[in-house]
Design a protein around this ligand. Sequence first.
Ligand code: FMN
Length: 363
Amino acid sequence: MVFGYIDGGAGDGLAIKRNSLSFKKLLLQPKTLLNVKNRNQSKKINNQEFSYPFGIAPMGLCNVSNPRADIMLAQSANKQNIPLCVSTAASSSVEEIYKIASKNVWFQLYMGSSIENTLKLVKRVERAGVENLIISVDVPAPGFRPRELRDGFTAPFTFGLKQIIDCALHPSWAIPYLFYGKPEFAHNSGLSTDGKKFFERNSGSRLIPDLDFLRRLRDHWPGNLYVKGITSLEDAYHSINCGCTGIYISNHGGRQLESAPATLDLLKIIRGEIGNNYQILFDSGIRTGEDIVKAYSLGADFVFLGRPFLFASALGKKEYIIHLIKLLGKQIDSTLAQLGKTSIDSLTRDVIFGNDTYNYRDN
Ligand SMILES: Cc1cc2nc3c(=O)[nH]c(=O)nc-3n(C[C@H](O)[C@H](O)[C@H](O)COP(=O)(O)O)c2cc1C
């Protein structure tokens, strides 16, 4: 059931396939006879320099993959110097994670059951020391995910016969939870009103962010503010007009709307329209260093990966997460060399094969 939760998406998973296909279809143009000896893939954003040009996307209840996943992700992000986005639905608190990864911690906000408590959480995140806030706007209702329904996955876990059998069949996953207990939402404490929990996954009690709230949030939050789940130009312009630092193009890894367009196609369109003076963060479907290079070539300012980090966490040691980071780094380094480039900032659309003829609409 946990594999289905992480791996699965909306409907039959066509949005996940579309994300992946859009990366596979885009080809890169090798360039040779250039001096590419000194390559550097560090990437600066908001005056902070990261050692790799990618980070860990916000994911709720990472600790379902392993009871120590949040902590291992924080230790790895800190050691390898990449950003880690902590979700409102995380199973460890932002303060706890900030102690490990300090300025590399970004926070992803979901609205809870009241505006007042949502803004209280924002204050708490600010007090913790976080400077980058991401508000996710693409969950007006939970995505329809048949694998979760079939397996009876609920968060936090509830146990019936099906789940008990599932645990019995996967002892190496299940046994650690006897010691650590089942993962819970870490940011609910102190934010409940009238006995209603601040954040619940499927109860329908969460508020849906609108433009008024976005303006209010902009007034409340002194740091950088990004709007995650942008898939249209109209929403991009709303975020720009509200004074947000940037948009975060994402279709939630294909988990919300099965017929959503691939984000790489959206990146090309949206960057083309809004120009180069506005930050775009990006995720959904990135699996390799070449994918990362493609996203930067089409105009991303920073990119994130979700599922690969949870699969690495599920292996149970932070060394596997660090291995994943280094592996992606090696792939990026090799790709830069093949393209005749020495840095991420030098990537432009001219590295795309047949740049003029590439037609994002032909899928
Ligand atoms: C298990 C899981 C939980 C997620 N939880 C959240 C969340 O709490 N908040 C959020 O904004 N996005 C969430 N996402 C979406 C990710 O932030 C990200 O957009 C997506 O995973 C990127 O696609 P990828 O997995 O193909 O890299 C979640 C994704 C997964 C796989």
